[in-house]
Design a protein around this ligand. Structure first.
Ligand SMILES: Cc1cc2nc3c(=O)[nH]c(=O)nc-3n(C[C@H](O)[C@H](O)[C@H](O)COP(=O)(O)O)c2cc1C
Length: 214
């Protein structure tokens, strides 16, 4: 286990430090770790406990190259120009925003080098909010499990700009859809606390806009 693995019992510390880790080493992820991550994934709830999910592991260099090229296209043509023209995320100064874009740019250029990806999938023609709510809890569990094991990961969806092309390259059957690509590997940087706006700005009680009394 890497020196960045967290104490398995310290759930709140794991939650607080599960950042998107976009700079990854190419070193392989041990199978038993991948297994633990997937087991954490399937511990997640799904509507009616139907568990209609499938998790496609991608290690194949050719598939990663192929999909990675679409990811980079989507970043270069659709997403990066939009982000570069927009204001920083809430509570984020320009310098931090610039570093976030640099990290996202790095991932766009190197996503195929991550040793392993997990692609959470669901069956059904139209991905909807209802469908998503039965798969993203599994994705978050996997991000937390990866972090607990000292592995970096990022939930990515920007490849959906080329959804059809990517799902063909991933070999998904026609009625199955991917909901994310999660590249996983040992991080080059260190885990650190996530940056979020304070609770007081986002929590209301009883009436929309009313601050909690407690
Ligand atoms: C629905 C969703 C889609 C995302 N898609 C991407 C993506 O395609 N590429 C990427 O680099 N990060 C992606 N992210 C990561 C977010 O940019 C990141 O979680 C956010 O900036 C907060 O940073 P942190 O995770 O380091 O705290 C996505 C996150 C979510 C929840």
């Amino acid at each position: 286990m890497s020196d960045q693995a967290a104490s398995a019992t310290d759930l709140f510390e794991i939650i607080r430090t599960t950042r998107s880790m976009r700079r990854l080493k190419p070193d392989p992820v041990p199978n038993e770790f991948l297994q633990k991550i997937l087991e954490a994934g399937v511990c997640a709830p799904s509507g009616g406990n139907m568990q209609r999910w499938r998790f496609l592991i991608i290690r194949d260099a050719g598939i990663k190259q192929n999909v990675g090229a679409f990811y980079k296209h989507a970043w270069d043509e659709q997403v990066a120009p939009r982000y570069r023209a927009s204001e920083p995320a809430p509570g984020m100064d320009r310098d931090r925003f610039r570093r976030l874009l640099a990290a996202a740019e790095h991932l766009a250029a190197h996503i195929h080098e991550a040793p392993v990806w997990i692609v959470p999938c669901l069956q059904g023609a139209a991905p909807t909010r209802t469908a998503g709510s039965s798969i993203y809890p599994a994705a978050q569990n996997m991000l937390l499990a990866a972090r607990a094991l000292g592995l970096g990961a990022t939930l990515t969806t920007l490849y959906l700009g080329f959804e059809k092309e990517v799902e063909t390259a991933l070999g998904l059957p026609a009625d199955w859809h991917s909901y994310a690509i999660i590249p996983i590997g040992y991080p080059l940087g260190r885990f650190g606390p996530v940056r979020r706006v304070p609770l007081v700005e986002v929590v209301f009680e009883d009436r929309w806009g009313q601050r909690p009394s407690g």
